[in-house]
Ligand binder design. Structure first.
Ligand code: URA
Length: 196
Protein backbone atom coordinates (compact mmCIF):
# COMPACT_ATOMS: atom_id res chain seq x y z
CA UNK A 1 0.00 0.00 0.00
CA UNK A 2 1.10 3.56 -0.68
CA UNK A 3 2.38 4.62 2.74
CA UNK A 4 1.15 8.17 2.26
CA UNK A 5 -2.41 6.80 2.53
CA UNK A 6 -1.60 4.85 5.68
CA UNK A 7 -2.23 6.54 9.02
CA UNK A 8 0.22 4.90 11.40
CA UNK A 9 -0.18 7.05 14.49
CA UNK A 10 -3.14 9.26 15.40
CA UNK A 11 -4.36 10.21 18.87
CA UNK A 12 -6.94 12.86 17.91
CA UNK A 13 -9.87 10.94 19.48
CA UNK A 14 -8.98 9.82 23.04
CA UNK A 15 -12.08 7.59 23.40
CA UNK A 16 -11.24 5.74 20.19
CA UNK A 17 -7.58 5.42 21.13
CA UNK A 18 -8.84 3.55 24.22
CA UNK A 19 -11.25 1.31 22.30
CA UNK A 20 -9.14 0.41 19.27
CA UNK A 21 -6.60 -2.39 18.97
CA UNK A 22 -5.13 -0.73 15.90
CA UNK A 23 -5.79 1.88 13.22
CA UNK A 24 -7.66 0.26 10.32
CA UNK A 25 -6.56 1.88 7.06
CA UNK A 26 -8.22 1.59 3.68
CA UNK A 27 -7.31 -1.26 1.34
CA UNK A 28 -7.22 -1.59 -2.42
CA UNK A 29 -5.53 0.01 -5.40
CA UNK A 30 -4.44 3.64 -5.12
CA UNK A 31 -5.77 4.23 -8.65
CA UNK A 32 -9.19 2.61 -8.08
CA UNK A 33 -12.16 3.99 -10.06
CA UNK A 34 -14.47 3.40 -7.12
CA UNK A 35 -13.98 3.98 -3.39
CA UNK A 36 -16.41 2.45 -0.87
CA UNK A 37 -16.66 4.36 2.40
CA UNK A 38 -18.15 2.66 5.46
CA UNK A 39 -18.79 3.90 8.97
CA UNK A 40 -15.91 2.58 11.03
CA UNK A 41 -14.20 -0.69 11.91
CA UNK A 42 -16.20 -3.30 13.82
CA UNK A 43 -14.82 -6.04 16.05
CA UNK A 44 -13.52 -8.25 13.21
CA UNK A 45 -12.01 -5.33 11.31
CA UNK A 46 -10.30 -4.11 14.50
CA UNK A 47 -8.88 -7.59 15.08
CA UNK A 48 -7.74 -8.15 11.49
CA UNK A 49 -6.73 -4.60 10.55
CA UNK A 50 -8.77 -4.47 7.35
CA UNK A 51 -12.13 -2.79 6.57
CA UNK A 52 -15.21 -4.90 5.83
CA UNK A 53 -13.87 -8.37 6.62
CA UNK A 54 -16.71 -9.42 8.96
CA UNK A 55 -20.30 -10.33 8.02
CA UNK A 56 -20.89 -6.99 6.30
CA UNK A 57 -17.74 -7.61 4.30
CA UNK A 58 -19.09 -10.92 3.03
CA UNK A 59 -22.30 -9.16 1.89
CA UNK A 60 -20.21 -6.49 0.14
CA UNK A 61 -17.88 -9.00 -1.52
CA UNK A 62 -20.83 -11.05 -2.83
CA UNK A 63 -22.54 -7.95 -4.26
CA UNK A 64 -19.29 -6.78 -5.88
CA UNK A 65 -18.83 -10.16 -7.52
CA UNK A 66 -22.43 -10.20 -8.78
CA UNK A 67 -21.82 -6.74 -10.30
CA UNK A 68 -18.67 -7.92 -12.07
CA UNK A 69 -16.23 -6.26 -9.66
CA UNK A 70 -13.52 -7.92 -7.59
CA UNK A 71 -12.78 -6.73 -4.05
CA UNK A 72 -9.10 -6.44 -5.08
CA UNK A 73 -9.99 -3.90 -7.79
CA UNK A 74 -11.83 -1.39 -5.58
CA UNK A 75 -10.75 0.76 -2.67
CA UNK A 76 -12.51 0.12 0.65
CA UNK A 77 -12.17 2.49 3.57
CA UNK A 78 -14.12 3.98 6.47
CA UNK A 79 -15.26 7.36 7.80
CA UNK A 80 -13.29 6.73 11.00
CA UNK A 81 -10.30 4.40 11.21
CA UNK A 82 -10.59 3.35 14.86
CA UNK A 83 -13.24 1.06 16.32
CA UNK A 84 -15.75 2.96 18.47
CA UNK A 85 -16.51 1.39 21.87
CA UNK A 86 -19.25 -1.27 21.75
CA UNK A 87 -19.69 -0.59 18.03
CA UNK A 88 -21.53 2.68 18.69
CA UNK A 89 -21.79 5.18 15.83
CA UNK A 90 -18.80 7.50 15.50
CA UNK A 91 -19.52 10.90 17.10
CA UNK A 92 -19.47 14.06 15.01
CA UNK A 93 -16.16 15.24 16.55
CA UNK A 94 -14.60 11.88 15.68
CA UNK A 95 -15.88 12.09 12.10
CA UNK A 96 -14.49 15.62 11.87
CA UNK A 97 -11.11 14.53 13.23
CA UNK A 98 -10.86 11.67 10.73
CA UNK A 99 -12.08 13.71 7.74
CA UNK A 100 -8.56 14.86 6.89
CA UNK A 101 -7.43 11.25 6.52
CA UNK A 102 -10.36 10.52 4.22
CA UNK A 103 -9.70 13.73 2.27
CA UNK A 104 -6.04 12.73 1.75
CA UNK A 105 -7.06 9.25 0.63
CA UNK A 106 -9.71 10.48 -1.83
CA UNK A 107 -7.38 13.18 -3.19
CA UNK A 108 -4.64 10.62 -3.87
CA UNK A 109 -7.02 8.15 -5.55
CA UNK A 110 -9.26 10.67 -7.37
CA UNK A 111 -11.97 8.07 -8.07
CA UNK A 112 -14.81 8.26 -10.63
CA UNK A 113 -17.31 7.53 -7.88
CA UNK A 114 -17.40 7.33 -4.09
CA UNK A 115 -19.99 4.96 -2.60
CA UNK A 116 -21.31 5.89 0.84
CA UNK A 117 -22.18 2.60 2.58
CA UNK A 118 -24.91 3.65 4.99
CA UNK A 119 -26.31 6.72 6.70
CA UNK A 120 -23.23 7.70 8.71
CA UNK A 121 -20.81 7.93 5.75
CA UNK A 122 -23.52 9.47 3.50
CA UNK A 123 -24.23 12.24 6.02
CA UNK A 124 -20.53 12.72 6.73
CA UNK A 125 -19.62 13.04 3.04
CA UNK A 126 -22.61 15.13 1.98
CA UNK A 127 -22.74 17.21 5.19
CA UNK A 128 -26.54 17.04 5.33
CA UNK A 129 -29.17 14.75 6.71
CA UNK A 130 -29.74 11.72 4.43
CA UNK A 131 -32.75 9.35 4.34
CA UNK A 132 -30.60 6.51 3.12
CA UNK A 133 -33.33 4.00 2.18
CA UNK A 134 -35.25 6.44 0.00
CA UNK A 135 -32.13 8.12 -1.42
CA UNK A 136 -30.24 4.87 -2.19
CA UNK A 137 -29.05 4.96 -5.80
CA UNK A 138 -28.96 8.76 -5.95
CA UNK A 139 -25.72 10.55 -6.85
CA UNK A 140 -24.79 13.87 -5.23
CA UNK A 141 -21.71 16.06 -5.23
CA UNK A 142 -19.61 16.31 -2.08
CA UNK A 143 -16.71 18.54 -1.19
CA UNK A 144 -14.07 16.71 0.86
CA UNK A 145 -10.91 18.64 1.60
CA UNK A 146 -9.99 20.65 -1.48
CA UNK A 147 -11.80 18.52 -4.04
CA UNK A 148 -15.31 17.51 -5.13
CA UNK A 149 -16.50 13.96 -5.71
CA UNK A 150 -19.61 12.23 -7.03
CA UNK A 151 -21.11 10.27 -4.16
CA UNK A 152 -23.50 7.36 -4.70
CA UNK A 153 -25.76 6.79 -1.70
CA UNK A 154 -26.14 3.13 -0.67
CA UNK A 155 -27.69 1.29 2.25
CA UNK A 156 -25.19 -0.32 4.64
CA UNK A 157 -24.48 -3.99 3.82
CA UNK A 158 -25.45 -4.94 7.40
CA UNK A 159 -28.98 -3.64 6.71
CA UNK A 160 -29.48 -6.56 4.32
CA UNK A 161 -28.79 -8.99 7.17
CA UNK A 162 -31.57 -7.56 9.32
CA UNK A 163 -34.05 -6.61 6.61
CA UNK A 164 -34.22 -8.87 3.57
CA UNK A 165 -36.12 -6.22 1.59
CA UNK A 166 -32.92 -4.11 1.51
CA UNK A 167 -31.02 -6.80 -0.43
CA UNK A 168 -32.34 -5.79 -3.83
CA UNK A 169 -31.69 -2.09 -3.15
CA UNK A 170 -28.16 -2.87 -2.02
CA UNK A 171 -27.37 -5.08 -5.02
CA UNK A 172 -28.80 -2.66 -7.57
CA UNK A 173 -26.84 0.24 -6.03
CA UNK A 174 -23.60 -1.76 -6.23
CA UNK A 175 -24.45 -2.51 -9.87
CA UNK A 176 -24.90 1.24 -10.43
CA UNK A 177 -21.49 1.83 -8.81
CA UNK A 178 -19.90 -0.63 -11.25
CA UNK A 179 -21.53 1.11 -14.19
CA UNK A 180 -20.52 4.61 -13.02
CA UNK A 181 -16.97 3.35 -12.55
CA UNK A 182 -17.03 1.99 -16.10
CA UNK A 183 -16.60 -1.60 -14.95
CA UNK A 184 -20.14 -2.98 -14.99
CA UNK A 185 -21.05 -6.34 -16.46
CA UNK A 186 -23.21 -4.74 -19.11
CA UNK A 187 -20.46 -2.42 -20.33
CA UNK A 188 -22.77 0.60 -20.09
CA UNK A 189 -20.43 2.63 -17.88
CA UNK A 190 -18.60 5.85 -18.58
CA UNK A 191 -15.45 4.26 -19.94
CA UNK A 192 -17.37 2.22 -22.49
CA UNK A 193 -19.64 5.11 -23.48
CA UNK A 194 -16.56 7.28 -23.96
CA UNK A 195 -15.35 4.95 -26.70
CA UNK A 196 -18.26 5.85 -28.97
N1 URA B 1 -19.04 -1.70 8.94
C1 URA B 1 -18.42 -0.58 8.51
O1 URA B 1 -19.06 0.45 8.33
N2 URA B 1 -17.13 -0.64 8.25
C2 URA B 1 -16.42 -1.76 8.37
O2 URA B 1 -15.22 -1.74 8.09
C3 URA B 1 -17.09 -2.90 8.82
C4 URA B 1 -18.39 -2.86 9.11
Amino acid sequence: MDDSLCVSDCTDCPRLVDSRSRIVNGVGPTDADVVFVGEGPGETEDAEGEPFVGRSGTVLDDALRDAGLAREDVRITNSVRCRPPENRDPRSGELDNCRRHLADELAAIDPEIVVALGKVPAQNLLERSVAVTSEAGDVADARVGDASYRVLICVHPAATLYDGSQKETFQSTIQTAAELAGDGDDGSGQARLGEW
